[in-house]
Design a protein around this ligand. Structure first.
Ligand code: MN
Length: 263
């Protein structure tokens, strides 16, 4: 099995080392990751700048390619230019911080896996539910088990697995949970500051607010100490609204005479 690993915390982040350790026994591992942190860039790609790469060594040996771009750039570049043949699996992570609920939309971690999925490669994103004191040993063991299982039981084409791991000792993890993406939003605060030259700038921070019933969600699983496994796809259509729109389309059928049909 040929495995491509990437992330959004950069090729120098401890989380990509942990991921490398988790999967190094499972196949041939290739590392292509951003040269600098790209958290919360979502699915951005670089079109109006060149994308620079440079080799990164670890312990005197080639570790991977650092890319001056986004997580989605990394996966595109790896698959289309850097790797001799496409990987069998794309894994993104292990992110420092959860990617549950609405965070999925903003996440660079999930976007690297999304790009793999778009390119037709089974992909997963792995995140650890903490910003401090990460228990990488737990994350490594859970990731290894998940990847082993997924290699034998692939999800349908176009579906990626979003994995969120509680930051608990392995003995305290209650198990795996199949979840849906929780309804939530960020409530932002903007800290207004002044730089040494008198220019005003803002620093954004936000807190995740759960919306509605969290039963069966990724957010609830993490809260209860379960590893959350969410199958995600990228058809953003809201199907229940289609009949409503169809009705309006019907009423405005005379497109070229709007005064007759548009009321
Ligand atoms: Mn990140």
């Amino acid at each position: 099995m040929r495995i491509l690993i990437s992330n959004d915390d950069s090729i120098y982040a401890p989380g990509i080392n942990a991921l490398h350790e988790a999967v190094s026994g499972l196949g041939e591992v290739h590392v292509v990751a951003p040269a600098a942190e790209q958290s919360a860039v979502g699915h951005a790609i670089t079109l109006s700048d060149p994308i620079k790469t440079r080799p990164v060594e670890r312990n005197g040996r080639f570790f991977g390619h650092a890319v001056g771009g986004t997580p989605a750039d990394c996966v595109k570049l790896a698959v289309c230019a850097l790797l001799p043949t496409p990987p069998d699996l794309v894994i993104s992570g292990i992110n420092l911080g959860p990617n549950a609920g609405i965070s999925v939309i903003y996440s660079g971690t999930v976007s690297a896996a999304t790009e793999g999925t778009i390119l037709g490669i089974p992909s997963l994103a792995v995140s650890l539910n903490t910003f401090s004191n990460p228990l990488w040993e737990t994350a490594i063991e859970v990731t290894r088990r998940t990847v082993r299982w997924l290699a034998r039981n692939p999800l349908p084409a176009g579906v990626l697995l979003n994995v969120n791991i509680p930051n608990l000792p392995l003995t305290q993890i209650r198990g795996f949970a199949a979840t849906r993406m929780g309804q939530s939003r960020f409530v932002e605060t903007f800290d207004k500051r002044t730089d040494p030259r008198g220019n005003v700038y803002y620093w954004m921070d936000g807190e995740l607010q759960v919306i509605g019933n969290s039963e069966g969600t990724d957010l609830e699983a993490l809260q209860k100490g379960f590893v959350s496994l969410t199958p995600i796809w990228f058809d953003l259509t809201h199907y229940p609204s289609l009949p409503l729109l169809a009705e309006w389309v019907e009423e405005t059928a005379d497109f070229h005479n709007p005064q007759r049909s548009d009321s």
